[in-house]
Ligand binder design. Structure first.
Ligand code: GRF
Length: 197
């Protein structure tokens, strides 16, 4: 997993694995920030952690190649981004084709980028939500795996809406990982189509 901060989605995946509802192993958590609180969550769960600070690299390509090398060395098959505040370039995308997931706090394609919850409030939508999608070169633009809607209330603030969306995120991310690891899906253009069990 790649994180930059709080790591509550990481925690949701850790909990799902521990509860036996997600049949997976979280091999390593890499953060680009040494003070990412999520690192402590990973350590507490006995997961290997690594800090790769992007500022130590000359280019995005160099940084992404370093991340890809660490992940490949450990036999990682699926990369999960959760609050990882970096664009993913071709060196990492090509190392894990259709095998990088991201979670975003809106119903994409609405409100990509930062502060999605504030964007939703400011726009005046009545329903927002969360999306887990495959990562491509387009910011928050890859094929959608799962989404969940969250009503926007008249008295919402960005914090209140974020908190309600986050509850859905924590449910949604393990579900998305289950779907992708299960392998019974294909892409038709932008559409991720699941095969019957
Ligand atoms: C989440 O809202 C996620 O959707 C967004 O960044 C936030 C990360 O939160 N990409 P956390 O670090 O998982 O707690």
């Amino acid at each position: 997993m790649l994180i930059s901060g709080r790591g509550s989605n990481l925690q949701a995946l850790i909990d799902a694995v521990a509860a036996g509802t997600l049949n997976a192993e979280i091999t390593i958590v890499i953060a680009n920030k040494a003070d990412a609180a999520g690192l402590e969550r990973a350590r507490a769960a006995g997961i290997e952690t690594m800090i790769l600070d992007h500022r130590g690299y000359a280019s995005r390509d160099d940084y992404d190649a370093a991340v890809a090398t660490e992940l490949r060395n450990r036999g990682v098959s699926l990369v999960c981004l959760a609050g990882f505040m970096r664009l993913i370039g071709p060196r990492l995308l090509d190392a894990f084709p259709n095998a990088i997931l991201n979670i975003h706090p809106s119903l994409l394609p609405a409100f990509p980028g930062v502060n999605a919850q504030t964007q939703a409030l400011d726009h005046g939508v009545k329903i927002s939500g969360a999306t887990v999608h495959l990562v491509t070169g387009e910011l928050d633009g890859g094929p959608i795996v799962v989404q969940s809607s969250v009503p926007v209330r008249d008295d919402d603030t960005a914090d209140l809406l974020s908190a309600r969306i986050l509850i859905e995120e924590h449910r949604l991310y393990p579900e998305a990982v289950r779907i992708i690891l299960d392998g019974r899906w294909r892409l038709e253009g932008r559409r991720l189509i699941r095969s019957p069990a």
